[in-house]
Design a protein around this ligand. Sequence first.
Ligand code: DHB
Length: 310
Amino acid sequence: MPDISTQIAGIKLETCVFNASGPNDVTLGELETVAKSVSSAITMKSCTLKPRKGNPEPRYHDLPEGSINSMGLPNLGYKEYIRLASILKSKYNKPIVASISGLALEDNIIIFKAFNESKADLIEFNPGSPNTIGKPTMGYDFEYLDRSLNEVTKICKKPVGIKLPPYFDFVHFEEVAKIIKKHKVAYISSINSIGNALVIDPVKEQVAIKPKGGFCGLGGKYIKYTTLANVRKFHELLPNVPIVGCGGIYSGIDVFELVLAGATAVQLGTIFMQEGPSCFKRIQDELRGYMKSKGYKSLGDFRGKLKTLD
Ligand code: DHB
């Protein structure tokens, strides 16, 4: 069978498919479900300095081909995720990805320092949530992005990745790539949900979820092509930075396409919400099957080798 193992910043992953930060990863029980599945790593919910209840419900809604959410960072606070990382590591011995989404730079500095003494293997800095009421999407503020990446990469002794929001303009990709080059960024996770979508129920003549008047982050199949474009563009601009593709992956062929575009690994979000933990094995098996049908033995055989028409 083809080998779908990979590595990010020296951390070996048995397969290139694991869970995205966000869905079903807030509590120890949820994280143990990920641990017991064949997800090749355990990614935890983005955490803040203090525990948060998040936005009022309903705040998640399934769509025919995706999902919307405006969770508002419900999490147990960073201290608890340091404790959970230690429990999960000793019980399951899988790579652990911590996600950090402090609401201010000072908070991020405290949290990153604390995670130096944790069992997390990779630390994902997430300046991309579109759902925190009263806060802009920080990944669109390039001055803030530069300043905070500088601070957190200086402090952190572990590999720091960055979860990026989607970009839509080549000038923005270039600006972000320039910032990433300045700092010690171990990997990019691309993309976060597409911010501030709006879903309307035409019968009830109302929005689908409660927070922010219905404005929400969009995920699932609706965003796969934006994910592919973001992964491709960052791979072109930063060929030596591993990219974890995230957004709209439902099948092994979706993973194959992302690796062709340049991804080193992928994270599953909406499909994990909708299908549960069996999605990891199904998608890994589908990827192996598709690679076999093409005669590929490992991801390196085709990673980044997307053909263009010229
Ligand atoms: C939330 C949503 C995101 O897209 C994200 O990156 C972090 C947090 C949330 O609403 O909880």
